[in-house]
Each structure stands twice: as C-alpha cells, then as structure tokens.
Design a protein around this ligand. Sequence first.
Ligand SMILES: [Zn+2]
Length: 244
Amino acid sequence: MTGPTVTGPTGRPPATAEDAVRQVSLACQIIARFGHEDLTLGHASVRGPDGRTVYIKRKGKALRDVLAEDVIGIALDDPDGYLTPGAHLETVMHLETYLARPDVGAVIHTHPMYSIALGATAGGLELLSHDGLLFPDGVPVFDGTVGLVTTPQDGKGVARALGTGRAVLLRNHGILVAGEDISWAVLAALTLERAARIQFIARTLGDPVPIPRDMARELSASKYQEEFAEEYWQDWRRMLDTSP
Ligand SMILES: [Zn+2]
C-alpha cells in the first residue's frame, strides 16, 4: 500500500450504523469523481450491521456534496419505507434489491452517460477489456419501464432482472449495481461505466474483438480478488483526502 493512511471506515461490511452512514457519504463522493454525477440525482446505500436497516443518500444533494447528515435510515421491514420523507423517488429499487438478495451489502443507482447509452442499444456489454471481466456473464437489461422506478412492483422487476449478478442496465435510464459491501458496489459502478466507455471507443476505431466468454470467467477470478476491493477503496479514500 502506498501513500498516507486514511482514517474512517473500511469498505467492508460496517460494524456500526455510524460506519454505514459514513460509507454512504464517501461512496457518493467517490463515484461523483468518475462520471456518475447528474444534478442531485443518483444514490448509494449500505445495509446496516443489524441487517434490516438500509442507510441511503437523501434527495436534494449532489453526489459530490453528500455528508453524513444527508444519509437517512430506512427499515426494510416497513412496507412503506420507500415513502420515507426526504427519500429519493427511486429508493424502492434499493430496498427491493436488499430484500431479494441477502448477500448484498451495498447498492448504487446512478445515470452515467456511457452506461445509459449502452443500455439504449440492443447488443449490450461486450467483453472488450479487463474491466468487462467483472461481468463475465454479461450485464442484463431491465426494460419493465423507461420511466422512474418508484413502485414496489417495478423495484421487484429491477431486482429480478439483476438476478444473482453485480449489475443491471436500466433501459434508457441508468444502472443499478449491487455488492457484498460498499467497496465492491463502488468498484462495479466505476468498472461498468469504464467498460461502456471503452466499448464506445473501440467501436469508433474498428470492429471490436471480444474476450471469449469461457476465458473471461477464468480470468475474472484472478483480476478481481477479494482483497483488491478494499485496496481500491483505500485508494479512493486517499484521493478524496488529498484532492483540493
Ligand atoms: Zn434513476
């Protein structure tokens, strides 16, 4: 590890509610630096240490400005939780993903430009770089609605489309990614957008030559090892700490 040591939560499952809140604010600030900023839209969330409380960015703040005070807690047991005052209209996507996926500890929904463009095509993600290896089986598309996902029914539809994967493209709209913890969710969000951007560049240069699917599965395990996500999280933290 290089550079100064950062203080604050790791990217692993949070030990306290305070750590979960801090992870959400840090994740929002990190993804804002990598093409996920869109007015005051987009949100990150973390499952709290009790397993039944979700901590999520509230509406009205740009991702780059999210502080601990901008994170609200919502009980997964509350069927009206998605209507919590101050919550984003699309909070329900997060809640339904946590309910469907007990293995998921963090969720991000944003509107990054290249991923939206990719989700507006018939072909979807091609495995053109090592970034694509994070999604060796491809990225499914949710096309239940091209509008906002504001109802439990559509939220369940997004979770169904996500399946057991790390990411889903929301047709003509954005992305939803899920991780076992916040470090993996941020990595998936950044890597999907980077892979989409590389695909755009490759197609302007010539006919893309993808990584064979069976080789991608094999390479994915070595490219994305468990300890790497925390290393990357610490690096993003240092970036936030050392930039003006
Ligand atoms: Zn959205």
